[in-house]
Design a protein around this ligand. Structure first.
Ligand SMILES: Nc1ncnc2c1ncn2[C@@H]1O[C@H](COP(=O)(O)OP(=O)(O)O)[C@@H](O)[C@H]1O
Ligand SMILES: [Mg+2]
Length: 391
């Protein structure tokens, strides 16, 4: 039986959402296959690592004092000995060798490529996108820059760091003034609509070039991140999303249209109202009711975006459609779609069990092809280096 570690939690604003993703459906489905020895690996908000099979049950995390319970447990260490081992240090270390890792972390230190870098160093196959694309996709500005350079339509945007904002206020104001209202202000690294504000332009003082609403929105975004994006809002908006799996050969799920009633999804809408993507599927239309033409274009753009960024395993591409002009903009790419979008895959005949099984196979395939690359290069430069020149 293969040992599989599902890694979740972590030092991220999306820590709690990650716990839900890890359990529903990842751990549940992996266990249901009967083919895996599933190890839940939980990273606390402080960055401590724990592994205990009791954490395979969601009920463990429903205990209000679960953090205190864990603090009494032994933290694990990781050992990289041509693969990954979980180690419970003690008089005689207890060890478990891990065959495949299934990252289930949203946000910083997990979905942003950090964990993937660690797993690459450990030489262990892992599910989902690799390090570079995870890092790019985690930054909404980088994503738009890469896609724009490759001819994928994204909304006009301006990005800046806090330092830029303080020191180049005038230059930035000029750039932002070129954008058409309504505007969206976003911290570039966060998800789940945290820190995002729609700026209507109602409070603008055209004569003075000031907009208190915009200034306030930027301040809110800088509260969460040191890099901020201001972009044009898409009007007559239809949002659709497309989950994709695969390495070289891609399989597309159905184009899905979320039916949010509020102006835009906020955190509460997504996760706490019971209708969000992590919970159930009542809130969306699958397939999206946007007609064959737009559906085909979205599928094509989805493939192009996935390939352009270098995704592998699984990702979800989100689109903003201007429904009168029928312009399609790629909004963002999620390298760990909440709940893996199992509700959508099911409509294409792929069960949760089928999905996780396929993702593990894709992880192993990518690993094998990476290992087959030559990573060494023999040369004689070391022998030719001259003697020490220190004086
Ligand atoms: N440029 C835009 N035009 C119109 N609506 C937008 C725009 N950008 C974001 N939104 C709305 O805000 C939501 C959250 O923004 P998004 O960029 O997807 O961030 P998150 O990472 O939080 O999902 C989107 O789902 C959409 O409803
Ligand atoms: Mg989004």
């Amino acid at each position: 039986m293969k040992a599989i570690a599902v890694v979740f939690g972590g030092r991220s604003a999306e820590h709690d959402v990650s716990i839900i993703t890890a359990h529903i459906p990842i751990i549940e489905s992996l266990k249901a296959t009967g083919n895996f020895d599933v190890w839940p690996v939980y990273i606390s908000k402080d960055g401590d690592w724990y592994a205990d099979k009791a954490m395979n049950e969601m009920t463990f995390f429903k205990q209000p004092d679960y953090e205190a319970i864990l603090k009494k447990q032994k933290k694990i260490h990781l050992s990289f000995d041509n693969g990954l081992e979980l180690v419970w240090p003690g008089f005689r270390d207890r060890k478990v060798k891990i065959d495949v890792v299934f990252p289930a972390m949203h946000g910083t230190y997990g979905e942003d490529g950090s964990l993937m870098g660690l797993l690459r160093m450990a030489k262990v196959p892992f599910v989902g996108c690799d390090m570079a694309v995870s890092a790019v996709a985690m930054d909404k500005a980088f994503t738009k820059q890469v896609l724009f350079a490759e001819g994928v339509l994204v909304v006009p945007f301006v990005w800046f760091t806090h330092e830029d904002f303080v020191s180049k206020d005038g230059v930035l104001k000029e750039k932002i003034a070129k954008l058409k209202y309504p505007l969206f202000v976003k911290p570039v690294h966060l998800g789940s609509s945290i820190g995002i504000t729609k700026v209507t332009g109602k409070s603008r003082h055209p004569g003075e070039g000031r907009d208190p609403e915009l200034e306030n929105a930027i301040e809110v975004a800088f509260h969460y991140d040191d890099k901020v994006l201001v972009e044009e809002g898409v009007e007559n908006l239809i949002e659709v999303t497309l989950p994709i799996i695969g390495n070289d050969v891609l399989t597309l799920a159905s184009v899905e249209r979320p039916l949010n009633k509020t102006e835009f999804f906020d955190f509460k809408d997504k996760y706490l109202s019971g209708k969000g993507s992590g919970v159930n599927s009542e809130y969306s239309k699958i397939p999206a009711d946007i007609g064959d033409d737009l559906t085909k274009q979205v599928q094509e753009l989805g493939r192009k975006t996935y390939k352009t960024l270098g995704c592998s395993g699984i990702a979800r591409v989100d689109f903003l459609i201007e429904s009168t002009t029928k312009k399609i903009f790629v909004n963002e790419v999620n390298t760990l779609p909440g709940s893996l979008y199992v509700h959508n895959w099911k409509k294409s005949g792929v069960s949760g069990v089928g999905l996780v099984t396929k993702l593990v196979v894709l992880a192993e395939e990518r690993f094998t092809s990476q290992q087959s690359l030559t990573h060494t290069f023999s040369s004689s430069i070391l022998q030719k280096v001259g003697g020490p020149k220190v004086q």
